[in-house]
Design a binder for this molecule. Structure first.
Ligand code: COA
Ligand code: AMP
Length: 631
């Protein structure tokens, strides 16, 4: 590997200082270098172990009896606290289990789990061995799981007998069995955590009960890994049907986690941090598991929803019960709360004196929710922008010390604040030139990216370059559009590609189109995101049926919606589907998706000169008005 120096001295000095806060096995001297895929490595000669930093380190500092993880599960009526010492024992033993299943450094382990402590334990156990975990969100269907199994090629899959949603139990094992059947790669074993609600049937010589293996497991010590060794792969939606495996390193990640816990969230050792997300998403990786534990905080793993478990006071109840100091969730969660409790009456029922700040991400914080939260909680409300690829916030409103606490600078409704130190955010035009303040463009990050960002796309370096780096040499393109105002505030206005955000979940419309096209009645289709008051966006399917197909629109529409649920998962929320005569296309046959999006969003429609037949726009417009899909 080449170790050519990159000369951005103040940046390097900044991260050299931050790296000193990490307890490395081998302190890095080489802070920033280029590697043989033409990307940059942070702390290339450093050595460490992420599980050690999250657990053993705190025990060595005398904090073994302090609370590390709080499991609060309104859906099972369970509350369990793990001290750092207890969590370390569980993690070290589960690392022993994985080792007994032939997992060693560099091997992949796929984790398909609901929101139970065992999910975090499995992640930390992989990190302890230097194995690479890939967590798959529990809401994904078998097909999605199979695609990830084939890409990551895990030695072992760790799962549970079921997940629990509002008023329903979802058995996971049949989905896992189906995925393994469909996948070409077969894991050598599966470890299944048996929950009391469902007892999973275990396949002989392949499946083992978590509880049984743990009863005889011996504890394993952390293994030293290189800073650049992968900690995890997390798949995220791209513009095609194949998800992208974002690879995160160990060293850059550790530095970024410690830096962000202190500087973005204002958290100190002993504080309680709650990211109300899911371990299947990047927010869960960074701020349910790694960030808070590395920073010596107590973290909360919440198996419930913002509403209906049992009511819209659930978030406030958890904050009060565990003296949460900072709460992080998605705007959609608060829109759901505000809908059920518009006057915020339930907020008044709890003592929220410990809660200092609210953080929002996953989608743009709409001004209505921003003002509602400010007014009802009287707390600073901080929208911050980030992506699976970056692993931590690219922009936020900075905190300033005030007495023994912190307060944010002035926040602005609709803005994600200012670029975080290390992220050189620029707004570019179609030629890659910076645009003036207030003008919208492509949001790009000038290289190098700071520590903790993606190292590559697993198994696909070409996609890494073509998807992010080749468009404007020297820049990473984020896929988001937006602008910077005269005062330097950044506004992220939405994706410029075929990715949509549904209830804070990132989904690919291209993938949904691929699934719909597989149906024998479908001639062609397009999926676009439409505005939704609760979920921000939801997909709308537009389908043209093959000639000679005899089926009612309702029947077909039902089948297609079910196909999306079966193949992608219920979280895709494809609730609206229109059967139409034809799609707008260019003369060369390309579907005009941008034109469709503009029509649906009620924007000025730019009809391209290359359109095959402009009449189709009128036809569709009438259909959209009739079905009330236009904004
Ligand atoms: N396992 C299995 N199924 C799941 C699931 C999981 N982990 N998560 C969601 N689903 C299912 C739901 O049961 C639902 O199924 P249904 O259509 O049969 O009812 C479907 O997927 C859609 O779920 P969801 O998007 O959660 O919608 P909802 O209407 O049930 O709830 C909210 C709406 C706003 C309460 C919910 O989306 C929410 O809590 N959002 C916060 C999201 C978040 O934290 N994102 C993380 C980014 S920081
Ligand atoms: P994910 O990779 O799932 O975290 O999704 C990342 C995408 O979510 C970003 O590219 C944005 O489109 C969107 N996003 C996340 N946070 C914000 C935010 N605070 N404001 C606007 N969009 C956001």
């Amino acid at each position: 590997m080449s170790t050519q120096e990159i000369t951005t001295e103040s940046n390097i000095e900044h991260w050299r200082e931050q790296a000193k806060l990490v307890s490395w096995y081998k302190q890095p001297q080489n802070i920033l270098s280029t590697n043989d895929i033409g990307w940059h490595d942070w702390f290339a000669d450093g050595e460490l172990n992420t599980s050690y930093l999250a657990l053993d380190y705190h025990i060595e500092q005398g904090r073994g009896d302090e609370t590390a993880l709080i499991y609060d599960s309104p859906v099972t009526e369970q509350k369990i606290k793990y001290t750092y010492a207890q969590l370390k024992t569980e993690v070290a033993k589960f690392a022993g289990v994985l080792q007994s299943q032939n997992v060693s450094k560099g091997d992949r382990v796929l984790i398909y789990m609901p929101m139970i402590p065992q999910a975090a334990i499995a992640m930390l156990a992989c990190a302890r061995l230097g194995a690479v975990h890939s967590v798959v969100f529990g809401g994904f269907a078998a097909n999605e799981l199979a695609v990830r199994i084939d890409d990551a090629k895990p030695t072992v899959v760790v799962s549970a007998s079921c997940g629990i949603e509002i008023n329903k139990v979802i058995p996971y094992k049949p989905l896992l069995d189906q995925a393994i059947e469909v996948a070409e790669h077969k894991p050598s074993s599966c470890v299944i955590f048996q929950r009391p609600q469902v007892s999973a049937e275990l396949t002989a010589n392949r499946d083992y009960a978590w509880q049984e293996l743990m009863s005889t497991a011996s504890e394993v010590e952390p293994v030293s890994v290189k800073s650049t060794d992968p900690l995890y792969i997390l798949y995220t939606s791209g513009t095609t049907g194949k998800p992208k495996g974002v690879v995160r390193d160990n060293g850059g990640h550790a530095v970024a986690m410690l830096y962000s816990m202190k500087n973005i969230y204002g958290m100190r050792t002993g504080d309680t941090f709650w990211a109300a997300s899911d371990v299947g998403w990047v927010v869960g990786h960074s701020y349910i598991v790694y960030g808070p534990l590395m920073a010596g905080c107590s973290t909360i793993l919440y198996e419930g929803k913002p509403i209906k478990t049992p009511d819209a006071g659930a978030f406030w109840r958890v904050c009060a019960e565990y003296n949460v100091n900072a709460l992080f969730s998605a705007p959609t969660a608060f829109r759901a709360i505000a809908k059920e409790d518009p006057n915020g009456s339930l907020i008044q029922e709890y003592d929220l004196s410990s809660l200092k700040r609210l953080y929002l991400a996953g989608e743009r914080l709409d001004p209505a929710t921003y003002y509602w939260l400010q007014e009802k909680t009287n707390l600073p409300v901080i929208d911050h922008w980030w992506q699976t690829e970056t692993g931590w916030a690219i922009a936020t409103t900075p905190l300033q010390a005030e007495g023994d606490d912190f307060t944010p600078l002035k926040t602005k409704a609709g803005s994600a604040g200012f670029p975080v130190t290390g992220f050189d955010v620029q707004i570019l035009d179609a030629h890659g030139k910076q645009v003036p303040a207030e003008q919208q463009g492509t949001v790009a990050i000038k290289l190098p990216m700071p520590p903790g960002c993606l190292a590559t796309i697993y198994n696909d370096v070409d996609r890494f370059h073509s998807g992010y780096l080749n468009t404007y040499p020297g820049y990473y393109i984020t896929g988001d559009g937006g602008y910077i105002d005269e005062e330097g505030y950044l506004f992220i206005m939405g994706r410029t590609d075929d990715v949509i955000n549904v209830a804070g979940h990132r989904l690919s419309t291209g993938e949904m189109e691929e699934v719909l096209s597989e149906h024998s009645a479908v001639a062609e289709c397009a999926v676009v995101g439409i505005q939704c008051e609760l979920k921000g966006q939801v997909p709308l399917g537009l389908v043209v049926i093959k000639n000679g197909i005899e089926a009612s629109d309702n029947e077909l529409s039902g089948e297609l919606k079910q196909k999306i649920r079966n193949d992608i998962g219920a979280i895709a929320s494809l609730k609206d589907l229109l059967i139409i005569e034809r799609l707008p296309k260019t003369r060369s046959g390309k579907i005009l998706r941008k034109t469709l999006r503009q029509m649906i969003d009620g924007q000025q429609v730019e009809i391209p000169s290359t359109i095959d037949d402009p009449e189709v726009i009128k036809e569709l417009s009438a259909k959209f008005k009739q079905n009330k899909v236009m904004a």
